[in-house]
Design a protein around this ligand. Structure first.
Ligand code: ADP
Ligand code: MG
Length: 254
């Protein structure tokens, strides 16, 4: 097993709660994430996985508790501000612009402009060249970067979303079910990408229903059950059976 330096967490969630109407989606949740660590978030449908990552990414504000990044509170920042700090989130729908090419997608919302006769226009050439480098850096091969991304496979689209996060120097990458919609070879590619990012010191939170994926790529697993923490284990200290029991609320933990 890889050694992770657990002296100072990069990200800390402390006693965070969130209620939607009558639903307690998060109940006093605390977790730490360390540099270069892959933390899996598991739990049945409705357990509160997405709510937790949306509080980290600034989409939802916690009702109480605090979220800290590099020791500073980020509990009340907008998604844009959180992203600028180096915490990138890739949601299930990926938020790619289907009709635009790979280059523009890597720069989406942060487009590079140039001036032609004093008029600002998109610098497509720069963005495409930078994208080629970004993809190459992660060992991703795409033949035609000028193609609208809607023609790409699910795995290629996932790779672009990950490249975008890496290009913008994410220190924390959060992925909601990154392999759910993919075929087996593409799942493999995404898992290989996760391992490569981890090797570069990026900390990753990765939501999955797939216990094989979790046991393959994670260092630690955090299990949610109806908004509560059902348990947390180093991956080497648990089994699939135990994780399933935790997901069903059958293991009482701290
Ligand atoms: N925006 C929202 N408004 C109302 N209820 C929500 C909202 N988001 C999530 N919930 C509820 O909170 C609970 C946890 O949801 P969620 O975090 O999406 O779970 P998971 O991602 O583990 O499937 C569910 O009961 C869900 O219906
Ligand atoms: Mg979800």
């Amino acid at each position: 097993m890889r050694q992770i330096d657990r002296t100072a967490p990069l990200l800390s969630v402390e006693n965070v709660s969130k209620r939607f109407g009558g639903t307690q989606a998060s109940s006093l949740l605390s977790l730490d994430l360390y540099p270069g660590e892959v933390l899996a978030l598991a739990g049945d449908n409705g357990a509160g996985k997405s709510t937790l990552i949306k509080m980290i990414s600034g989409v939802h504000q916690p009702d109480s508790g605090e979220i800290r990044y590099k020791g500073e509170t980020i509990s009340h920042r907008s998604p844009h501000q959180v992203r600028d700090l180096g915490i990138e989130t890739i949601y299930q729908d990926l938020a790619l612009a289907d009709n635009l090419d790979v280059g523009i997608n890597i720069f989406l919302g942060r487009e590079r402009m140039k001036r032609v006769f004093g008029i600002p226009v998109l610098d497509r050439k720069y963005m495409r060249e930078e994208s080629v480098n970004a993809l190459k850096h992660l060992g991703i091969e795409l033949n035609d970067l000028a193609m609208p991304v809607r023609y790409l496979s699910g795995g290629q689209r996932q790779a672009i979303a990950i490249s975008r996060a890496v290009y913008w120097k994410a220190k924390v990458l959060i992925m909601d079910e990154p392999t759910a919609a993919l075929g087996v070879p593409e799942q493999r590619e995404v898992k290989d990408l996760i391992k490569r990012l981890q090797g570069e010191g990026v900390a990753i939170i990765f939501i999955s229903h797939n216990l094989n994926d979790i046991f393959e790529v994670s260092d630690r697993i955090f299990v949610l059950e109806r908004g509560r923490k059902a348990g947390e284990r180093l991956i080497g200290d648990t089994t699939e059976d135990e994780v399933v029991a935790m997901m069903m609320g059958r293991v009482l933990d701290d």
